[in-house]
Write a protein that binds this ligand. Structure first.
Ligand SMILES: [Ca+2]
Length: 283
């Protein structure tokens, strides 16, 4: 299954923008060869890719838990039941392991003041943490929290997740960039579209079962993306998590971590006093 998924994803990333056209051509040829007896009927437009409108989803809160209101959350990820968070802001940035039950900080490794931490993900026994404008990703040993290496890259770093084969990275634009997890070199990119329009400000990411979830900066919206095509397949309304009092001291939603054990997502945000165990359900 993983191999099949890998092939599908690798095939898509080499030229994601051309995939819909390719699919359209193939679909039309197949239909015409199979339906010579119906020359007077126009082809059903609904079968032409990309056709599906994104599904509207909302959140169902299963549990509210504490989160450090001093944490300027830039990345959130589970690994084997342990929860990791990247914090931003110069002078306050670093990596922490936090207790998923109560948000307490179990381990903390600060970044030098010149770096502004961004998205984080896990590859094997390593954490990889982006920085915003420095063009540098730091690699940490997940057990010791020591920095074991770094990667240099062009442009801004926002969100990062690992789909088991490739790293997926956002930079605040409407595109996702796929990178080799060993070298960090670019191996593909895909423009993200919602009803045909680009979706800008893709921020924190989470790779789950072949889909990529991204929260849109400065909104309470999370989009579910098919990384093979860039199409948004679901739009999740994550508004209303914080009450007005908590909202006043908090910044934007910016943390998505999927817990494989429960099948639920954990959501939080920059300077949020709470994190929320949620599932997505039809609106
Ligand atoms: Ca994440």
């Amino acid at each position: 299954m993983i191999a099949a998924l890998s092939l599908a994803l690798l095939g898509s990333c080499s030229d994601g923008s051309d995939n819909p056209k390719t699919t359209n051509t193939m679909t039309s040829q197949a239909e015409s060869s199979q339906s010579p007896q119906q020359p007077t009927q126009p082809p059903p437009p609904s079968t032409v890719e990309p056709a599906a409108s994104p599904v509207a989803l909302q959140i169902s809160v299963l549990e509210e838990r504490d989160h450090d209101p001093e944490a300027f959350t830039q990345g959130l990820e589970f690994d084997d039941g342990r929860l990791y968070e990247s914090r931003g802001r110069n002078g306050e940035s670093g990596i922490s392991e936090i207790d998923p039950r109560d948000g307490s900080v179990l381990r903390w490794m600060p970044l030098a003041d010149e770096y502004f931490g961004e998205g984080v993900t896990i590859v094997g026994d390593s954490l990889i943490q982006l920085t915003w404008l420095a063009g540098k990703a730091f690699v940490y040993d997940i057990e010791s929290f020591e920095v074991t290496g770094s990667f240099d890259y062009e442009g801004q770093g926002w969100g990062l997740c690992f789909d088991g084969v490739r790293l997926v990275m956002s930079d605040g634009s409407s595109s996702l960039t796929m990178r080799d997890p060993e070298t960090f070199s670019i191996i593909g990119s895909v423009p993200v579209r919602l009803d045909g329009s680009g979706v800008a400000s893709l921020n924190e990411l989470e790779c789950v079962n072949g889909k990529v979830y991204a929260n849109i900066w400065q909104t309470d919206t999370i989009v579910e993306i098919n990384p093979a095509t860039g199409d948004v397949t679901a739009v999740i309304d994550a508004s209303g998590l914080l009450d007005d009092a908590d909202r006043a001291g908090a910044d934007v939603l910016n943390g998505i971590a999927y817990d494989e054990a429960s099948g639920a997502f954990l959501l939080t945000g920059k300077l949020w006093p709470s994190m929320f165990v949620v599932v997505f359900e039809p609106s």
